[in-house]
Design a binder for this molecule. Structure first.
Ligand SMILES: Cc1cc2nc3c(=O)[nH]c(=O)nc-3n(C[C@H](O)[C@H](O)[C@H](O)COP(=O)(O)O)c2cc1C
Length: 404
């Protein structure tokens, strides 16, 4: 087990190689749950092609540094990168959210703890006091339960709420249906076959405490195992009847920052700015919810044009390389956020794997900035339009000239 971890840390050089390593470790049904998207996975694929449609245009001149430090929501961050919430992290590694929080704190970047985390928000706060902690919740009307949650967040020193609005219904993840995926995994013929193929993962999973979701319990005490039917309820928990009124009442009730996560419509970005939210995280949930949904990169420029500097814009879904971060910042983002990449690192090598993924992003970002010809994140944002081109349009116009 440990030699495998050392081997991965020594030999995996990019996010895709950590993905391959994660595939070797996890039971197939759990890997598919992590990796897959909804329905035909068109959006999952678009999240990569959307980045490939943009090309970088270096300009010649001196570069110093480069310096990747920036601010996200007014607080210093060593990279223009955050770790986006992913629920039930202990499914992937017995250290779960602790391993991720340790890596984020070490790297000096924010971590969004999922509402469906498998440890209480208070434990992460107590164990990682220097971490820039965000807390993820769905949208719900004002109620004693919501007030209790906000009080817990405040008392535990969470600065930022990251409010997901893209789970009005649960996306149909057909790999999970096909695999009969349940969490915790039920003992069926195919799980027994999986145990034979992945004994190390199963040994860890069975040794670890049962998976539970203590942030859903008002007192943060829940310790019971979650049954498959509870899991279904939890995944579909968001209240589809909530809307802008609930967001405005949350804005009035919460003294910290609020990030609206899960839209790609520039009208929504403009409205979020209008009601005083602090950031929008453009996201299609990593292609796991509405299939055929646009990718953040398709709408980023227009979103930025609509709101000027009035609100921060964070981009997630499909970010796998430092060059993706450069492209997003050049098109108007303030920061990017990753989900699966840090989970691949976690599965393959625990907290050290998450740290390695963050180092890879840092290295790739610095190298890309140097080669493009920018020294700082603020310079990259200011000179963005100079360094990026839509290569689909370029190809079309070249084709037109050649054909004329
Ligand atoms: C396994 C998994 C669990 C997730 N759980 C949550 C969640 O609890 N809340 C949430 O807002 N988003 C959740 N997401 C979506 C991520 O926050 C994020 O939008 C997405 O992973 C970004 O795309 P990427 O994985 O390509 O980086 C989850 C994603 C994955 C892969």
């Amino acid at each position: 087990m440990f030699s495998r971890k050392r081997r991965v840390l020594a030999n995996a050089f990019n996010v895709e190689e950590y993905r391959q390593a994660a595939r070797q470790v996890l039971p197939a049904g759990i890997f598919d749950y992590l990796d897959g998207g909804s329905e035909d996975e068109v959006t999952l694929r678009r999240n990569r092609t959307a980045f490939d449609s943009w090309g970088l245009m270096p300009s010649w001149g001196p570069v110093t540094g480069p310096d990747t430090a920036t601010t996200v929501l007014g607080r210093p961050s060593a990279l223009p990168l955050t770790l986006t919430p992913t629920g039930a992290t202990r499914l992937f590694h017995p250290e779960g959210e602790h391993a991720v929080a340790r890596a984020a704190e070490g790297a000096g970047i924010p971590y969004g703890l999922a509402g469906l985390s498998t440890v209480p928000m208070e434990t992460i706060a107590a164990d990682f006091p220097r971490l820039d902690r965000w807390f993820n919740m769905g949208l719900a009307p004002d109620s004693p339960a919501r007030r209790n949650k906000l009080d817990r967040c405040l008392a535990a020193g969470y600065q930022t709420l990251i409010v997901g609005v893209d789970t009005r219904a649960l996306g149909s993840r057909e790999r999970d249906l096909r695999n009969g995926f349940t969490a915790p995994p039920a003992l069926t013929l195919s799980t027994v076959a999986d145990i034979a193929r992945r004994p190390a993962w199963w040994a860890n999973f069975l040794r670890a405490d049962g998976i539970s979701f203590p942030n859903l319990d008002p007192a943060g005490q829940s310790s019971s195992m979650v049954t498959p039917s509870m899991w279904q309820q939890i995944l579909g928990h968001s209240d589809a009847s909530s809307g802008w009124d609930e967001l405005e009442s949350l804005r009035a009730a919460w003294p910290g920052k609020i990030v609206l996560k899960g839209c790609v419509n520039p009208d929504d970005v403009a409205r979020a700015a209008l009601i005083g939210l602090d950031a929008v995280q453009l996201s299609n949930h990593g292609g796991r919810q509405l299939d055929h949904m646009l990718s953040p990169m398709d709408v980023l420029q227009e979103s930025r044009q609509r709101v000027g500097d009035g609100i921060e814009i964070i981009v997630d879904s499909g970010i796998r390389r430092g060059s993706d971060v450069v492209k997003a910042l050049a098109l108007g983002a303030d920061a990017c956020s990753i989900g699966r990449p840090y989970l691949y690192g976690l599965v393959a090598a625990g907290s050290a794997g998450v740290s390695r993924i963050l180092e890879i992003f840092g290295d790739e970002l610095r190298r890309t900035m140097t080669l493009v010809g920018v020294s700082t994140i603020s310079e990259l944002k200011a000179r963005g339009p100079e360094v990026i081109r839509d290569v689909r349009n370029a190809a079309r116009s070249t084709g037109a000239v050649m054909n004329s």
